[in-house]
Write a protein that binds this ligand. Structure first.
Ligand code: KG4
Ligand code: ZN
Length: 358
């Protein structure tokens, strides 16, 4: 008979197994902050035993953006099976796990609640620590998971549909937010411009694809640098500028090249992000750059940042895509470090949609 995930060991029930060696610690991570349901088991903070990611992108596609109510319902349906699959992939049962971690915020409150409630419940039954993790801190750990040579200190560009932020990660739990978007996240700008151009959701990959067919110098869109020494970015002006350009051209009866608009828009985003990231790295006095978040998939950004880092002698780390986008492995890895510092959460911990990194 197959072993149930809840089958208790014969001798030990609530008396926890003692982890002799730190590198054997097994953490079950849960991530439900936005539109990906994910569960993962990570060993010793750096070895991924499983990483199950269930994307909701098809559910939200017809609305052109994430619908929070649909997202929470989908998490409720997907999370328990995802946890089961993560344990089976790792060839473990619940009783092997030393701690449970879940994303506490930032994110959509209804989505966060699903993961936190389930994570706390499992921790209570197993009598193991519960670790509430900051989603942005989790993203930093995707780089450490992907590359065993990657270490803090580093400057990380976290860039996705939900966040755009430059963080000086000085050490575990020691972060300084150097700058961020003052309006739209970069991925959000990609999605909004794509929607205006009549492209499918999510628009980032579509713009990236069309950019390869267009001329990035065809149209000069503004690069909002927001003053000398600022590491902040702004995308609402750029977005409006794209819309105005297309409307004006159409009103003059001109044929608009979607490829050129896409390529010129993408180049404007890349120029701003590369300039700011390099300036932040120099200001922080470090030599390592981490790139993470869904927009890290962008071919122009990867290439632009790689060239700039090479020019300045910085090493650039970009995790594979399944670790760039939202995933539970990064949450489990981050939680393992928090456990080492005794940073567990109480079972009263509540999700916080606006949880700050520091
Ligand atoms: O990290 P992610 O999966 O979810 C969060 O937003 O947290 O990122 C999704 C975002 C979307 O806005 C999507 O359009 C963007 O990342 N994206 C891209 C590319 N692939 C995904 N943006 C630009 N170029 C891409 N190749
Ligand atoms: Zn994220």
């Amino acid at each position: 008979m197959p072993r149930s995930l809840w089958t208790t060991p014969e001798t030990v029930v609530l008396e926890r197994r003692i982890v002799d060696r730190d590198e054997d610690t097994l953490v079950l991570g849960i991530e439900t902050s936005c539109d990906e349901t994910s569960a993962s088991v990570v060993k010793g903070g750096r070895e991924i035993l499983s990483n199950v990611i269930v994307s909701q992108v098809d559910l939200h596609g017809e609305y052109g953006g994430i619908v929070p109510e649909i997202a929470s319902r989908a998490h409720v349906e997907a999370l328990t099976p995802a946890i089961g699959e993560a344990l089976r992939d790792a060839d473990l049962t619940f009783w092997d796990v030393d701690a449970i971690a879940a994303t506490l915020g930032p994110g959509l409150i209804g989505s966060l609640l699903v993961g936190v409630a389930e994570g706390k419940s499992i921790a209570a039954v197993l009598q193991v620590p519960f670790v509430g993790v900051n989603h942005l801190e989790g993203h930093l750990y995707s780089n450490l998971l992907a590359d065993q040579t990657a270490e803090f200190p580093a400057v990380a560009l976290i860039i996705s549909g939900g966040h755009t932020m430059l963080v000086h990660a000085k050490g575990h739990g020691d972060y300084e937010v150097m700058g961020g978007t003052i309006d739209d996240a970069a991925g959000e700008a990609f999605d909004k411009v794509a929607r205006f151009l009549g492209l499918d959701y999510p628009g980032g990959p579509e713009i990236d694809r069309l950019s390869l067919l267009g001329d990035p110098t065809a149209i000069h869109f503004p690069r909002a640098m927001l003053g000398e020494g600022s590491f902040d970015v702004s995308y609402s002006g750029l977005k409006t500028s794209v819309i105005n350009y297309v409307r004006k051209a159409e009103s003059r009866g001109e044929q608009v090249s979607v490829e050129n608009v896409a390529a010129s828009f993408q180049q404007a985003v890349v120029d701003v992000q590369v300039t700011k990231t390099i300036a932040a790295t120099k200001a922080a006095g470090v030599h390592r750059v981490f790139l993470c978040g869904g927009v890290a998939a962008n071919s122009g950004l990867r290439q632009g940042l790689a060239e700039a880092c090479q020019r300045d002698g910085f090493s650039l780390h970009v995790p594979p895509l399944e670790l760039c986008t939202d995933n539970a492995a990064m949450i489990a890895a981050c939680a393992t470090q928090m456990l080492r510092r005794g940073r567990t959460s109480s079972l009263n911990a509540s999700p916080d949609p606006n949880l700050p990194l520091v």
